[in-house]
Design a protein around this ligand. Structure first.
Ligand code: KIV
Ligand code: ZN
Length: 387
């Protein structure tokens, strides 16, 4: 069976930038957008043009710069927002307007003091209006995760009729379980009239740590676009992590889904975004964390030294990391110690290793990690002792 493509919609510069404490200037956004384009991203959400003059400028400059990807701007479901987004996107080779409105009962009641019928009308009106500017219009049903499926299907039908080319089904509050989110996508695929004219998109937040799992469940059930950010950045607990989606689909060929992202650039992208946003990446973060390919316990180290695949499912080179690392700690064993001695130029015999290992443990019990300088000191003391 032929593998189907999942379009990658990167929203690092819009939803990602909503992370508290982060502010990127236009120049920094251009640097990121240029690398995202080189990475093979299909759609770059460049910002929310009406939100500030700075965001307008960024979307406009990114539109001029990006060569391959579609450039997208966010709006609420009103004419003013859409006018401003269209103006900011006017230089894009492939512009997309991303408009939408809250569809859950709590959004309808508390945010809009409105009713379901009115929301459908406003949604369809916004899409129709955006279509007067661009062919490619994505509609988001904010809080779709907590919107009942029957009503959500009615909203989807109305916006497809109005011309929406992509239907974004956000789990805005990160509430859904993977089965539930997958079911929602399946329900829409099976019950929305005209669904074959639009692409279903997953946009999942990570409040329960399920954003990536939910997005993958959506793709398995028929979504063909995933919205995500580098390092999973975003409001509260963040968004689906782009690097995780790309590598899950790469590792699980059984899913018959793929992306066009060049995975060898993922580590570089992660470091650049972390640096520009001033947001460090947790060391145990999947794929791009500093410890993602580091082994510190003796049993694992012994296995990896014999064959990397014993404890690694991804070749680090595939994500742009030079090599796995063997970290020496008090939990390390003799084979890791011999490996690291060899690495710094010392071949040791089995008897020498027995002695050196005991000396190593004395220091390792006092330190978090043993570095090459410590090993050199252990070796110098040993050489002095044997004369
Ligand atoms: O999480 C969300 O619902 C969003 C929409 C504005 C697309 O970010
Ligand atoms: Zn979001």
């Amino acid at each position: 069976m032929n593998s189907e493509k999942i379009e990658i919609f990167d929203t690092t510069l819009r939803d990602g930038e909503q992370v508290p404490g982060c502010k990127l200037n236009t120049e920094q956004k251009l640097t990121i957008a240029e690398r995202l384009d080189a990475l093979g991203i299909d759609i770059i959400e460049a910002g929310f043009p009406i939100s500030s003059p700075g965001d307008f400028e960024s979307v406009s400059e990114i539109s001029k710069l990006v060569k391959n990807a579609t450039v997208c701007g966010l709006t609420r479901a009103n004419k003013k927002d859409i006018d401003v987004a269209a103006e900011a996107l006017q230089f894009a080779k492939k512009p997309r307007i991303h408009t939408g409105i809250g569809t859950s009962d709590s959004h309808i009641r508390y945010k809009f003091n409105s009713n379901r019928e009115d929301i459908i009308e406003r949604a369809a009106e916004a899409v129709k209006y955006a279509k007067t500017y661009v062919e490619d219009v994505e509609f988001y049903a904010e809080d779709a995760g907590r919107t009942d499926n029957e009503y959500l299907a009615q909203v989807c039908e109305a916006v497809i009729k109005a011309g929406a080319t992509v239907l974004n089904i956000p789990d805005t509050t990160g509430y859904c379980l993977p089965e539930e989110y997958g079911e929602k996508i399946k329900y829409l695929k099976e019950n929305v009239k005209g669904i074959e004219k639009a692409v279903l998109s997953c946009h999942c937040h990570n409040d329960l740590g399920l954003a990536t799992a939910n997005s993958i469940a959506g793709a398995i059930n028929g979504a063909r676009q995933i919205e995500c950010t580098i390092n999973g950045l975003g409001e509260r607990a963040g968004n689906t992590a782009l690097e995780e989606v790309v590598m899950i689909l790469k590792q699980h060929k059984d899913l018959n889904l793929h992306t066009d992202v060049n995975s060898r650039m993922l580590n570089e992208m992660s470091l650049m975004v972390s640096d520009l946003m001033g947001m460090s990446v947790q060391p145990n973060k999947a794929i791009v964390g500093a410890n993602a390919f580091a082994h510190s316990s003796g049993i694992h180290q012994d296995g990896v030294i014999k064959n990397r695949e014993t404890y690694e499912i991804i070749d680090p080179a595939e994500v742009g990391v030079n090599a796995s690392s063997i970290i020496l700690t008090a939990r390390s064993g003799r084979s890791a110690l011999a490996y690291r001695f060899k690495h710094i130029g010392y071949e040791v015999t089995k008897n020498e290793l027995d002695y050196l290992y005991q000396e190593f443990l004395k220091i390792a019990d006092m330190k978090k990690e043993i570095c090459n300088d410590d090993l050199s000191l252990i070796m110098t003391a040993f050489n002095r002792k044997i004369g």
